[in-house]
Each structure stands twice: as C-alpha cells, then as structure tokens.
Write a protein that binds this ligand. Sequence first.
Ligand code: 1WB
Ligand code: MN
Length: 344
Amino acid sequence: MEKIRKIATEEAFSIPEVAEALKQVVRGPTSSLDRLLVSQIYDSKPGASGYGMLNFLERLLDVEDHRLREMNELGVDMHLLSLTAPGVQMFDADTATDLAALANDRLADICRRHPTRFAGLASFAPQSPRRAAKEMQRAIRSLKLNGFILNSHTNGEYLDDPKYWPILEAAEALDACLYIHPRAASDGLKGPLQDYGMDTAMWGFGIETGTHCVRMMTSGLFDRFPKLKICIGHMGEAIPFWLWRLNYMNTRSQKMGRSPRTQLTMAEYFQRNFFITTSGVEDHLALDYAIRKLGVDHVLWAIDYPYQPSKPAVDFMDTAPLSEPDRAKLYHLNAERLFHIAPL
Ligand code: 1WB
Ligand code: MN
C-alpha cells in the first residue's frame, strides 16, 4: 500500500509564558469552571491526583523533541498546531492580546523551521475584537499561519454577539477557517457540569462547544457571513446526531416567532459552513454516520495530541472502512484545502 500523507488537525501546544499566566490566573479570583483543570495541569504538586498525573504540560511545551520523534515513529507527517485551551481567553484584554501575538510568533517560527511537519492555527484575543482582527490579518498575511483557534466562550459570551463581528469579518475576508475548540462551560452553563469529572472532555466540553455552534446557527449569523468556515472537533460535538431534530424544531420555532428568521435551514448551514474532525472519537460507527451526514469533504482526521494517545488515532483511521480515495480526503486532502497547507 502506498504511504498516505497524515495531517493531524487538532494538536495542542503551549509556550512557557502562557503556561505561567494560566497558573497565575487560577491562583487569583475566578469563577471560571476552567479553574479545576487549569490548576491541575499548570499548578499541580508532585504526587497530586487529577490532571497532574498525566504530564500534559511537559508535552504541550515540547514540539520539536519528543513529539516529532513520536510523529516519525508512527508515520504522522504533520501536526496542525494550536495554542491549547483555554488559550488566552481567561486573561485581561491587554495580556491576552500580547500573549496571543507572542504565541503566534513562536508558532510561525516552528512552522518555518519544519514546513512539512508543522502548520499552525493562530490565536487572537476576543476580549478586544478590533485588535483581534488586526492580529488575525498579521497571522495570515505576515506569519503565513493556516487559520484560527478559538476556545469557545469568552467571559460567558459567544460569537453570535455582534461585538465579535470584526473577528468573523476578518476570518471570512482572509478565507481562513476558525476552529472552535472546547473549554469548560461558561458560568451560565456550568451548574450541573461541575461534579463527577463532567467539567472537561468527558461531557462538559462538548455541551459548551455544541451550544456555541447552535447559537451561531440559530442567530442567523451565517446569512451575514455566508463564506465563514468553522471547524469543530470531537466528531462534531454531537451536532451531527442532533441535526435532524435541530433542523425540524428550528423550522417550527421560526414559524412560531421564537427563533430569528434565516435564509437557510440549520441543516444547510451545518453542511455548508462547518467542518468536523475526528479528534478523540475513535468510533467507526460515529465516523460512518458523520461522513454520510456531512459528506466526506467535510470530515478531517485529528489526534488531539497530547490529550489522546497518537497510536490508537492512527490505527482508527488506518482500519476505518473507507475507500482509499476517501481515506486520503480525511487524512490530508481536506486539511490541505481547508487550512491552505501546500500539497506535497
Ligand atoms: C482534555 C482535553 C483537557 C483537551 C484539556 O485541557 C484539553 C482532556 C485543556 O482530555 O481532559 C483537549 O484539547 O481536547
Ligand atoms: Mn483538543
């Protein structure tokens, strides 16, 4: 079998300055549900239980050493890197703006050193939408990064809020995809998600991010930004499975005057404006469903490094019951097109 290029599209990294700022922010006063995991990842004592046990921080801060060796061992050609959740979204606007620019500079350096091994999604500070739009332009035009990362809500607010239109305008005008990655649920949503470890990847992340996307679709935002491209991980944060009911009930709700009128249906927006990745969902049945629901051009492969192990993610895609042309779409062709990654 000919070797197939493998581009993993939701791969996390960090830089020491952001790691330090996260440690400080969770030592201070914050009601954010992210505090639980952030303090365990960035501020845990040796021997403590919880996320500290998994040594994520060490692997987030490493790109060119252990990570690259593991990529070589497994035949993973490229990581599309993004500053890990919650990104800069827990910081004040000035700190967030500065740290996003710093992270983008470092990311661009890595991509320049290894142009076939790393590509990158740029960060920006939604706390200051106009400065964010400027940084987004710099990230694409000067730094040649490949798209954007946003970690769901910012201070409890979502992208349907018109204050964020400069960000959406910039993404659309630059033809750069915006990856909406999870973080813990906003204060308004967090209530019953705080117990039993439900705050993170087990459940809360998907509820938060799925809700974010449904707000965007039902608000009618995609009539204003019809060419905006959104990517979400985790096999679509459960939206593909909900899509029929979302579509049916939104149509009814529009007729009742409870939802804004939209030019297209929710299913049409999801199938037109959204792309999903397989990050952290290694289930062939879910993959088959997602492909049939969205079309094979809208599904991309991801590992979710370092939060998920790489080998099972590769095995999952190698053994997926797909035609070889479709496997190539998931493994690299869709990523090359969506994120403007040069074909080999
Ligand atoms: C986990 C996953 C934790 C992600 C994270 O903390 C992030 C987890 C920032 O596996 O619990 C992620 O990026 O998918
Ligand atoms: Mn992730």
